[in-house]
Design a protein around this ligand. Structure first.
Ligand SMILES: [Zn+2]
Length: 131
């Protein structure tokens, strides 16, 4: 590790305390400076990349603009279950699906739209009613 762990922790703390904030690396550097934490540009990017790899934050790309970063709620991430509701008998099946989680992440990264995971219902016909 070629950067200060304290800087890594400070940045992660910032995102944890500002879950709904979307911030650029440049702005984050100014905010940290206000807290008396001086981090170089290169270090900020390295830490942001690492946090992104660890899925603690996500990069939000905006066309023609700089990259923004936002806290990624891992608890929400683990609730990647979709509800399958049968239109015929009303039965609800909770199904954990990693592809759904990936889809939500991709939607968020590409559009900034934060899908309310755990509340998605897909309507259809269950196995029994399908016989
Ligand atoms: Zn059914």
């Amino acid at each position: 590790m070629n950067y200060n762990t304290a800087h890594y922790t400070a940045i992660l703390e910032y995102f944890r305390n500002n879950r709904d904030t979307i911030i650029s690396a440049a702005k984050l550097r100014i905010v940290l400076k206000d807290y008396g934490i001086n981090v170089s540009r290169a270090t900020i990017y390295r830490i942001l990349d690492r946090l992104s790899d660890e899925e603690k934050i996500v990069k939000v790309q905006q066309l023609g603009k700089e990259t923004y970063y936002k806290y990624y709620d891992s608890q929400k991430k683990n609730r990647n279950a979709i509800l399958l509701r049968c239109k015929k008998c009303g039965k609800v099946i909770q199904h954990k699906n990693t592809i759904f989680g990936e889809l939500c992440k991709e939607l968020f990264e590409k559009t900034g739209f934060d899908v309310d995971k755990g509340n998605q219902v897909i309507y259809g016909c269950c196995k029994n009613c399908n016989k």
